[in-house]
Write a protein that binds this ligand. Structure first.
Ligand SMILES: Nc1ncnc2c1ncn2[C@@H]1O[C@H](COP(=O)(O)OP(=O)(O)OP(=O)(O)O)[C@@H](O)[C@H]1O
Length: 369
């Protein structure tokens, strides 16, 4: 899905790329002005490993190895003082980073726990947009695929369920729907930042505001185009309907079942309308097969999510309670290690609370004094 790599000859020889705060970033980064780069004859040139992005005099981010490729750009490893971070870049004319930046800013203002910190952001001429964010580990899709049976232990799956539900709730609380909730858009933080037990939601390229200035739900637009990922899309997405909070939760639930069971009935189905039919069946005749060997509470959660209309405000507490109940029934303890953690390390980590980005920065500041 990644676009072809940029023309290497078009990158300045010193690899030093001076950027300006993007419109979305400017409100947060007042005083973060940098020299405007001379107009380039070409556009949409992405940076490469070894380049430096300069967002203000003295503030330089050297781009390390590529962490991943997205639809319109590349994500690099970098460093902000002593803290490892990720730098997401997207081609200027295709960039969806503006909406991502708006979401992350709102999440930071609301002290959301399950979102990356937006460290910096801006635009490099007509070449690319960039944002510097919290570094995350492998996403939940990759982590699941590495496990025997391609599924998480019930202990880890239920904890993931609780945290990813909270992430959806936080996103909705700040006024956005994701429209692309899936395991591949959640990842734990990294061990070196002591965030490997917090699941973060990321990639808000398809996010949309669902409430207006008066906090009223924006009325449904009836027919819209396809949004999201076929495997996890809600039935409304298949019907090309406008998507609301309930659709994020339906997608979240498909992902939860997959992470718990290791499979979905439509796992190998490619054709979108066949996937739709399989999902429809999972709501009635195929329900037992769909929820096979999952906690009994999943059936109740599915009924609850199904009962919501476009405008409904989901009862996250009620769903969370069911997940907690499933844990208690199995006498699962919070202190046990997560499937991706090294067991030898986890015994020492259990006594240490995960750090938030703010705490991490305060700690780094203290150490540098
Ligand atoms: N904060 C991060 N920390 C570490 N790796 C990241 C981070 N953000 C993104 N990545 C890596 O870069 C890849 C692409 O990122 P992302 O999914 O945000 O881009 P995208 O263009 O929206 O992708 P897609 O087209 O797949 O939806 C991810 O799969 C992941 O491997």
């Amino acid at each position: 899905m990644a676009d072809p790599p940029p023309n290497p000859s078009s990158v300045p020889p010193n690899g030093n790329l001076t950027g300006t705060p993007s419109a979305a970033c400017a409100a947060n980064a007042a005083g973060n002005a940098a020299a405007v780069a001379p107009m380039a004859p070409e556009k949409d040139r992405l940076p490469k490993e070894g380049d430096e992005i300069v967002t203000e005099p003295g503030k330089k981010y050297k781009l390390g190895p590529v962490l991943g490729d997205g639809g319109y750009g590349t994500v690099f490893l970098s460093q902000d003082d002593d803290i490892k971070i990720a730098v997401k870049t997207e081609k200027f004319s295709k960039s969806q980073l503006k909406i991502e930046i708006v979401v992350l800013k709102a999440a930071m203002q609301a002290n959301c726990k399950h979102f990356c910190e937006l460290v910096d952001c801006g635009t490099k001429g007509k070449d690319f947009d960039y944002m510097m964010i919290t570094l995350l580990g492998k996403d939940l899709h990759k982590l699941r695929c590495e496990l025997p049976g391609r599924k998480f232990s019930i202990n880890t799956a239920l904890r993931i369920g609780i945290q990813t539900l909270k992430a959806c709730e936080e996103l909705h609380r700040i006024g956005f729907v994701s429209r692309d909730v899936k395991p591949g858009n959640f990842a734990p933080g990294v061990k070196s930042n002591r965030q490997s037990r917090t699941i973060f939601m990321y990639d808000f390229g398809l996010a949309r505001k669902y409430i207006d200035k008066n906090n009223q739900v924006i009325p449904t637009r009836k027919e819209v185009g396809w949004r999201g990922t076929t495997r996890y899309g809600s039935l409304n997405a298949h019907k090309r309907l406008d998507l609301g909070r309930r659709d994020d939760l339906e997608s979240w639930f498909y992902g939860l079942v997959e992470m718990t069971r290791g499979t979905l009935p439509w796992r190998n189905v490619v054709d979108r309308s066949s996937v739709q039919r399989a999902k429809e069946a999972s709501h009635n005749t195929g329900r037992t097969q769909f929820l096979f060997e999952t906690p009994s509470q999943y059936d109740k959660i599915f009924t609850i999510v199904d009962s919501y209309a476009f405008e409904s405000a989901p009862d996250y507490k009620q769903i969370n309670k069911l997940l907690v109940e499933a844990r208690e029934e199995r006498q699962l303890r919070d202190r046990e290690h997560w499937d991706w953690e090294d067991e030898t390390v986890s015994t020492t980590i259990t006594t240490i609370t995960s750090f938030s980005d703010k705490e991490l920065r305060a700690k780094a500041d203290q150490q540098s004094k």
